[in-house]
Write a protein that binds this ligand. Structure first.
Ligand SMILES: *Cc1c(COP(=O)(O)O)cnc(C)c1O
Length: 409
């Protein structure tokens, strides 16, 4: 039965995918020992997931293959991490440097894109990304976005820094909505996760001498996600990095450029190999003031006063950060945006991180120069209150008095 299913799936594949199919079959034969049929049966659900992934990555597909259009296919909604599950469609919009404005974009099947080997993004890192989430509403009928105009504006700001034209706020939000609707079967049921939406703006045109690329591509893809850290909603353990830095004054730490991330993979990998969840970066000048983690902002609470590093160009101005500051102030907390030293951190009662992917993540320990400092987590902490308040607004469970959410229908 598995072999029959496999061969009909094989027929539906394009030539390049058939080659990949043969390669996998050979590999399975090699490791299973009992021939393709036995190996396929052994591979079980893993095989059908692979089939489903291949299908999703084909640029063109006939409608006969879309029988599971209304559901998430083989997805195990209860065990979503932050991995890449390819979905059905992506949104693409192009613009030349000469024109300077994006005109009309369109949806296409999710799949590989073609780029010149001399494209600006590959050679000189001319690129930005964004990240936002769509949640399914309580009645399971509609979808909600959280402050998508903020992501659009942040991309525009970053585009200026990286010498790129950018989509208008309206174009950006429209494209995000189109992407969500086209991939709606991949939006997890409420409470299981969200559809993570990844807009990209890249210098796609060819250029050899160092200069802005002649052509740009705005692209959005999406993937269903659960919790960001493997700890799930449990508190995380950070380590302060005092030799590698993610940003410096005058650099690009304040914009979401792709060039900020590969340089810190090393620090992140080192930290993970030692059992830490993520890295906390210090300012590159004094090595004394905290900046943020690899992909989220940092808050400390001491004697009921909240503090977070000010966004002065070396810290990514998070939309979750900005929202959490407002929510904490609404609850009567004093929130200071200022320099936060390592001593401030060590003396804090509570520490937490914020970001679209992590939401509000409690920090149970920070290790600095071999010493481990612990903080309050769990019941009656500010981070827990803020997590509940924020996610209730994002999922449409609490009234949105601030006009932060955008419904898609
Ligand atoms: C994206 C990002 C954040 C969080 O920003 P949000 O808008 O809250 O998602 C924080 N720090 C870095 C380095 C980031 O890339």
């Amino acid at each position: 039965m598995a072999a029959a299913a496999a061969s009909s799936a094989k027929r539906a594949l394009l030539p390049w995918a058939r080659d990949a199919h043969h390669a996998l079959a050979r590999a399975l034969q090699g490791c299973g020992g009992g021939g393709l049929r036995g190996a396929l049966q052994m591979a079980g659900s893993r095989w059908s997931l692979l089939q489903c992934r291949w299908r999703s990555s084909l640029p063109q597909l006939d409608s006969a293959d879309r029988s599971d259009e209304e559901s998430g296919g083989e997805i195990d909604w209860d065990n979503l991490g932050f991995g890449l599950t390819p979905t059905d469609y992506m949104y693409v919009m192009r613009c030349s440097l000469e024109d300077g404005v994006f005109s009309r974009g369109e949806l296409s099947r999710y799949g590989n894109i073609e780029l010149s080997p001399s494209s600006g993004v590959i050679n000189y890192g001319q690129g930005l990304f964004e990240g936002l989430k769509a949640y399914r509403t309580a009645n399971q009928q509609g979808y909600m976005l959280f402050r998508p105009e903020e992501n659009a504006r942040r991309m525009q700001h970053g585009a200026e820094r990286m010498c790129m034209p950018s989509p208008s706020v309206e174009q950006f939000v429209h494209a995000v909505k189109q992407t969500v609707l086209a991939n709606r079967r991949w939006v997890p049921p409420q409470g299981k996760g969200a559809l993570y939406i990844r807009p990209l703006l890249i210098g796609s045109g060819p250029i050899l001498g160092l200069a802005p690329a002649p052509e740009y591509m705005f692209l959005i893809y999406a993937a269903p996600v659960g919790t960001y850290f493997k700890e799930g909603l449990a508190p995380i353990n950070l380590v302060v990095e005092d030799s590698l830095h993610r940003a410096m004054p005058g650099g690009t730490g304040g914009v979401k450029t792709i060039t900020n991330y590969a340089p810190v993979l090393k620090a992140q990998m080192d930290a993970k190999s030692k059992g830490f969840t993520d890295v906390l970066y210090l300012d590159a000048v004094h090595k004394t003031y905290l900046e943020e983690a690899s992909s989220c902002n940092l808050f400390i609470v001491k004697d009921g006063v909240v503090a977070t590093p000010a966004t002065v160009g070396t810290i990514l101005p998070g939309i979750t950060r900005k929202s959490v500051i407002e929510l904490a102030r609404d609850r009567g907390y004093q929130v200071e945006e200022r320099l936060v030293s390592i001593d401030d951190l060590i003396g804090a009662d509570e520490v937490f991180c914020t970001g679209t992917a992590v939401v509000v993540a409690p920090v149970s320990s920070v290790t600095y120069q071999g010493h481990r400092y612990e903080f309050r987590t769990g019941q009656d902490t500010l981070s827990q209150t803020l997590h509940t308040t924020l996610t209730s607004i994002q999922m449409g469970l609490a009234e949105d008095k601030k006009g932060w959410t955008v419904a898609i229908d």
